[in-house]
Design a binder for this molecule. Structure first.
Ligand SMILES: [Zn+2]
Length: 1010
């Protein structure tokens, strides 16, 4: 191991800087070839023909109008992904991606000056596979010449509000990998392109910068922000995506497009538009060339006045346009010719076919000094009373399924990396992480996890996830059998959320294998549905561990139902196997642990463990106080559920609340109930208060021993709407903390942004919606503090949240609406079937401010990458005849320090792994335990499941070697930025600075099991 030397024994690729010393020539599988070509393409930057040098010439001194022919192809919205691709249900929406690509390629060939950009690899990769070799060659040439340019290049154009950064990185990696494998460096996008997402997160800019993008173009920003930017000539700026990473690491040049992503008025020449084609025959009664040309010249000047250079762009295309590309190109050919002909008459306007990167290249060459933006673009409003803050919470069940699938996908990828080839081919069949990886990438689309697709499309997203789980379950089974040396009858309880698990409910004996995807050991309370009885649980060493059978919440009125609880210990990146045996079917012990009704008791109700006590008002049954005994903190906290009455439009605006938009009728929400019927459960292993607020709203407030947070497990739905009122349900925490209008929300689960009520950091807000206009996306956490005490709520999915009063904090958990909000989906968010009842968790931390980050960072990390429970029953057989079963395993030689998050461990090719390590603290947040300091790891000594023989560092999406990546440089008004040369990679000493992610492709050798 070490920095890989230049190869002397490579048999392909000539003398380029191939760094392998391994002998590739003898290994001939197609997968290997792809991975080899992948490396080759990374290693030859000089071969990158489709760089900025392929850009069309401009006319210096003139106003250059860059026409950007493009199509916006949603990966599901009104139709499913497949319906859009093939063009099925064109009566619902006329849209057929396969014909768009066919048509565009043919049109590009007709005229060498024409250009086109394409974005979504979920569609393009599908189309590519259907093409003949001859067409593929033609397309390769177009890409090479820069006439077909990929922008963004992710599998989808991801949402930015409801997405977790790990999933964004995964989906971008998948799309960019396809491009790299297919086109080499000439297919590598240089520009990020998020023209439709409904608001933009700062973390997205940071991630794009770290992926090596040179610039970023957006379509939708707040209408007031846009006016302010136009006035101040700040439509284009440098966005500083991180407060911790040293500039320019997370700096990204960002431009706001003039007309969202649509063509200028009267200039839409698609089969979906009704604008007049350009008629240049003066004898025709329809002759309009003269009018259109002078209109165009006027338009160019009026648009350019808001931008700083002699260049401006026009987005020539829109949703699913270019199915008949000839219509567009034929008219633009004429327009370009006629407008440029005016130059002979003294016109100073030059129009050309261009691409976003060619436009960006001109901006860069202008050599200006740009202002710096440090906040984000949330929330987005496209008019007064029109805040797109509803989708932060829309379809909460789908949002949870997506997050749970992220968790399982990481487990699946890790085990594929740890077990090597044995994971994909094993006793349970062919395992594969790719289907779930692709389904998860699709879910990141801005109409998928956002909850803004139609019901049948949302169902199809869930179907794709479910289909992806199957091959991963096979893979996990193969890997666990290999690593544990034991073939068991593994079973995955996918329906634990509704307390269904046939193995634990029906078997007298069963094994519980718990896999921990974190880089450090965890203690976890395992909870499984059982039929009543008494059970003995044994740990991996055969020692009995304490267990309880407790009554399940919400089962009082029916037949009692029971859960088995036992604490498990699982080593880092590994597993522990516990065995469970039913001793007797008697209910006596279980009966004693049944919940006791506390409704009419007068004494104070509380639950506690060694760290926390939560006190409840015995009159109302509501939470009243939280105490952190460790830090002697005590805070009155009342928590309850409320609902906003969804607006159906009023005198101020006809805007209704809908899938995208949140607009309550009143500022004050209604309580679901002013009191709760409560039951108390106290055993050695858990203390719970069960609160029943109404027939459709209940909650369990829970403490396990050793837990430093309070767990609130809520169940909401189906929300009743027979009264004709749409309802948007929140959980609200009220405290006396003096928070001065401020609160904090995370950005895609990574850095934290400070929010201030009725305020935007860079422009003056005229607030039209005091509730909806103060909502922000919460991906993993929201908190309030008075400078000393901090109340943090960690969520189990993305939700909208706010603090509408000092000391108060709320999260929208569910919504059901009777009207559509007029943004195209044309369907009210009713969620009649699955998804109407939602179970979720809020983890509440009370701590000192200095200690808070250490708590919430590690808690959120464990919530995102929770241990995976796999059951098995019946006998087992040995995996290797010579090896004894292994009931406990860790793939690490030692735990990672608390600063370090193992973001990615995945197969990358034969004998190759993708590894991402991240410092999960910001530069300033942990004053309590110095977790904000850099940390250094020895990668050579980290893993025991495999040995790293070679290591290469890449950009964040792994499509470029880091040492060869260079981004355009931009001067900013924030002072000089230094560009240090990348230091030599020493695998024995890899330092991570706060918030830094480092990405490596490693060649590995798996350990032989013995
Ligand atoms: Zn879209």
């Amino acid at each position: 191991m070490g920095t890989p030397p230049l190869a002397s024994d490579v048999c392909a690729g000539g003398g380029s800087a191939v760094w392998f010393s391994m002998n590739f020539c003898t290994l001939g599988s197609p997968v290997l070839l792809i991975s080899f070509l992948f490396w080759l393409s990374l290693a030859t930057p000089g071969a990158w023909a489709a760089g900025y040098e392929t850009c069309p010439p401009v006319k210096p001194g003139m106003l250059n109008v860059h026409l950007l022919p493009h199509t916006h192809d949603d990966v599901g919205w009104l139709k499913t992904v497949d319906q859009y691709y093939y063009g099925i249900l064109n009566d619902v929406q006329h849209a057929s991606v396969q014909y768009i690509l066919d048509s565009v390629i043919a049109s590009l060939l007709e005229n060498p000056t024409r250009r086109f950009i394409y974005v979504e690899m979920a569609f393009f990769s599908r189309w590519w596979k259907e093409q003949t070799n001859a067409t593929q060659d033609v397309v390769r040439r177009l890409v090479h010449q820069g006439r077909l340019e990929f922008v963004n290049g992710g599998w989808v154009m991801n949402d930015e509000a409801a997405t977790y950064y790990g999933a964004i990185v995964d989906q971008m990696t998948l799309g960019l990998r396809f491009l790299q494998d297919t086109f080499g460096s000439s297919g590598r996008p240089r520009v990020a392109w998020h023209i439709d997402p409904f608001g933009h997160s700062r973390e997205q800019a940071s991630l794009f910068a770290q992926m090596g993008f040179d610039g970023f173009f957006l379509g939708r920003i707040d209408y007031q922000d846009k006016v302010a930017r136009e006035e101040k000539l700040k439509m284009e700026e440098v966005w500083r995506g991180s407060a911790s990473l040293k500039p320019p690491t997370a700096d990204l040049f960002t431009g706001v497009l003039p007309n969202n992503y649509n063509p200028p008025r009267n200039l839409c020449w698609d089969v979906l538009c009704a604008d007049h084609p350009l008629v240049e025959d003066p004898k025709s009664p329809e002759f309009n060339a003269k009018t259109l040309v002078s209109y165009f010249l006027q338009l160019a000047y009026s648009q350019q006045q808001y931008y700083r250079t002699k260049h401006t762009v026009m987005t020539m295309g829109s949703d699913f346009q270019y199915e008949n590309a000839n219509m567009w190109f034929k008219n633009m050919d004429k327009l370009i010719r006629l407008v440029n002909k005016q130059q002979a008459e003294g016109s100073q306007v030059h129009v050309l076919y261009s691409t976003p990167s060619c436009y960006l290249w001109e901006l860069n060459k202008a050599n200006l000094t740009w202002s710096v933006k440090e906040d984000d673009f949330f929330p987005y409003a496209d008019g007064p009373h029109m805040f797109w803050t509803g989708y932060f919470s829309s379809r909460p069940a789908l949002k949870r399924y997506e997050r749970l699938s992220y968790n399982f996908l990481q487990v699946c990828k890790q085990l594929e990396a740890l077990a090597g080839p044995a994971a994909t081919t094993g006793p349970y069949g062919s395992g594969d992480s790719a289907p779930l990886n692709e389904a998860m990438a699709v879910l990141q689309h801005h109409d998928a996890v956002s909850g803004t697709a139609r019901q049948n499309v949302a169902n199809d997203y869930a179907r794709q996830l479910a289909a992806g789980w199957g091959p991963c379950e096979v893979l996990v089974s193969n890997a666990l059998a290999m690593l544990s040396h034991e073939k068991q009858n593994f079973s995955f309880c996918r329906e634990l959320n509704i307390s269904i698990c046939p193995v634990s409910q029906k078997s007298e004996h069963f094994q519980v294998t718990i896999y921990n995807p974190l880089g450090r050991k965890v203690q976890q309370m395992i909870r499984l549905p059982v039929n009543d009885g008494i059970f003995f649980v044994k740990d991996p060493n055969g020692k009995t561990v304490p267990s309880n059978v407790v009554m399940r919440p919400n089962s009082y009125s029916k037949r009692y139902q029971w859960d088995l609880l036992f604490p498990a210990f699982v080593p880092a990146l590994g597993f522990s196997m516990y065995s469970v045996a039913k001793v007797t079917a008697a209910t006596s012990q279980a009966y004693r642990l049944r919940a006791r009704s506390k409704k009419s008791r007068s004494h104070v109700l509380f639950i506690e463990n060694e760290y926390i006590r939560a006190t409840f008002d015995s009159g109302t049954g509501l939470l009243m106080k939280i105490e952190n005994m460790e830090q002697s903190l005590s805070l009155p906290v009342s928590q309850g559920f409320f609902w906003y009455n969804a607006s159906t439009g009023d005198g101020k605006s006809s805007q209704a609340s809908g899938a995208y938009i949140f607009r309550p009728n009143h500022l004050k929400p209604m309580p679901v109930s002013r009191w709760a019927q409560v039951h108390l459960v106290k055993t050695a292993l858990v203390q719970e208060v069960h609160q029943n607020f109404s027939a459709w709203c209940s909650q369990v407030v829970r403490l396990y021993p050793g837990q430093r947070h309070l767990e609130l497990e809520w169940m909401v739905g189906p929300i009743p709407v027979k009264d004709g009122w749409g309802k948007e349900v929140i959980s609200r925490f009220d405290t006396p903390l003096k928070t001065q209008g401020e609160f904090y929300t995370d950005s895609n689960g990574r850095e934290i942004l400070k929010r201030r009520r009725n305020h935007r950091p860079t422009w003056r807000l005229n607030q039209t919606e005091p509730v909806a206009g103060n909502y922000y996306p919460v991906n993993t956490r929201i908190y309030i503090s008075d400078g000393h005490t901090q109340l943090t709520v960690v969520t189990d999915r993305s939700q909208g949240g706010s603090s509408l009063q000092d000391g108060s904090l709320e999260l929208m958990v569910h919504r059901r609406l009777l009207l559509d909000d007029g943004r195209g989906v044309q369907e009210p968010l009713m969620e009649l079937g699955t998804g109407s009842t939602v179970l979720g968790r809020h983890l509440v931390l009370l701590s000192s401010v200095s200690d808070a980050a250490a708590r919430h960072r590690l808690l959120a990390e464990k919530e995102i990458l929770a241990p995976q429970v796999v059951l098995s029953q019946g006998g087992s057989s040995p995996y290797y005849y010579w090896a004894a079963p292994r009931t406990q395993f860790s793939a690490l030689r030692q735990d990672l320090p608390p600063q370090v998050h193992l973001l990615t461990l995945a197969r990358w090719g034969p004998k190759m792994l993708l590894l991402r390590l991240e410092h999960q603290f910001t530069a300033t947040e942990d004053s309590g335990r110095k977790l904000s300091s850099p940390v250094t790891l020895n990668l050579q000594n980290l893993f025991q499941a495999f040995t790293i023989t070679e290591l290469q560092e890449t950009t964040l999406a792994a499509n470029q070697r880091l040492s060869e990546a260079s981004r355009l440089k931009w001067m900013t008004d924030s002072g000089l930025i230094s560009y240090p040369a990348p230091s030599k990679l020493d695998p024995t000493s890899v330092t991570l600075r706060p918030m830094e992610i480092r990405t490596f492709v490693a060649r590995v050798k798996w350990q032989e099991s013995s």
